[in-house]
Design a protein around this ligand. Structure first.
Ligand code: CP
Ligand code: NVA
Length: 311
């Protein structure tokens, strides 16, 4: 059974195959070619946090694939009243063909996979955001024609986005640099993942300008993630200076892209002028959530032999 619990569970080949399938599905959707690989299948979508892109891209994507998306708010599910995830997993496995979950703890996603018997897709946890990074890699390849040899730079919090970007970038032949304030570094296991690639390929520093030198892609995310609302003021102070702005872009390579998973806070992690100068890349990235998600759904949920051909 194939899950997407975190990106480090997938090999480079699996990531690249998914990007290729995402490109194909994007082409088919743009050209009105039917691609109902998941006809008759139902995806449960559990949301314990807010969402615009993930909710809509999974729901629309599942519909375009001929399946049915079922939105399940944790406010309504018994899981929100303390029903164990082990029982929820076993019950939902009898109704559904797959589950996409957005929640806080990575362990909840892993427990669903352990106790259920259907594919589980991580739609964001505090630890990682693999679906977003597949869309990001797809977008970079679309604009730059390749991933291998490019330098990605992340400015900001060592959070779920940065964790998955490190894995996604390094697994596909990019180098990765980041600037994080003291105390906001990624977790040790992710640093160790990066260090295996060596200093020329992976570096985390405190100075944003140093990190951005010769970057081909600059990426940033909010200073306070969902669930960290109470730390907003402390974080605003800690992250002052960790901003993607014209000074930072001046040291990057010519034609450097700027990506943002969104939602963006203009005037905090990114200035309005840099955001708007790169809006075509950022909103293509947002659209690519749809195509990348559909590829993940097909890879995880389609019957074998039904992944490449149209019905
Ligand atoms: N980037 C992203 O996951 O957006 P949503 O929170 O709107 O789903
Ligand atoms: N780091 C952000 C990403 C949102 C897509 C959060 O977790 O809120």
């Amino acid at each position: 059974m194939k899950h997407l619990l975190k990106l480090e569970d997938w090999s480079t080949e699996e990531i690249i195959n998914t990007l290729n399938l995402a490109d194909q599905l994007k082409y088919e959707q743009k050209h009105g070619i039917e691609h109902k690989h998941l006809k008759g299948k139902t995806l449960g979508m559990i949301f314990e946090k807010s969402s615009t892109r993930t909710r809509v891209s999974f729901e629309v994507g599942m519909t375009q694939l001929g399946g049915y998306p079922l939105f399940l708010s944790s406010n309504d599910l018994q899981i929100g009243r303390g029903e164990p995830v082990e029982d929820t997993a076993r019950v939902l496995s009898r109704f559904l063909d797959g589950i996409m979950i957005r929640t806080f703890e990575q362990s909840e996603v892993e427990a669903l996979a352990e106790h259920g018997s259907i594919p589980i897709i991580n739609g964001l946890t505090d630890y990682c955001h693999p679906c977003q990074v597949l869309a990001d890699l797809m977008t970079i390849r679309e604009f730059k024609g390749k991933l291998e040899g490019l330098k990605m730079c992340f400015i900001g919090d060592g959070n779920n986005m940065m964790n998955s970007l490190i894995v996604g970038a390094l697994s596909t032949g990019m180098s990765f640099s980041a600037a994080c304030p003291e105390g906001y570094m990624p977790p040790q296991n992710i640093i160790e993942f990066g260090e295996k690639y060596g200093k020329g390929k992976f570096e985390i520093v405190h100075d944003p300008i140093e990190a951005a030198k010769n970057a081909d892609v600059v990426y940033t995310d909010v200073w306070a993630s969902m669930g960290q609302e109470e730390e907003k003021k402390i974080r605003e102070a800690a992250f002052a200076g960790y901003q993607v702005n014209a000074d930072l872009m001046a040291v990057t390579n010519p034609d450097c892209m700027v990506l943002h998973c969104l939602p963006a806070h203009r005037g905090e992690e990114i200035t309005a002028d840099v955001f708007e100068a790169h809006a075509n890349e950022i909103f293509e990235e947002a659209e690519n959530r749809l195509h990348a998600q559909k590829a993940v759904l097909v890879e995880c949920m389609a019957d074998k032999g039904n992944t490449r051909d149209n019905d």
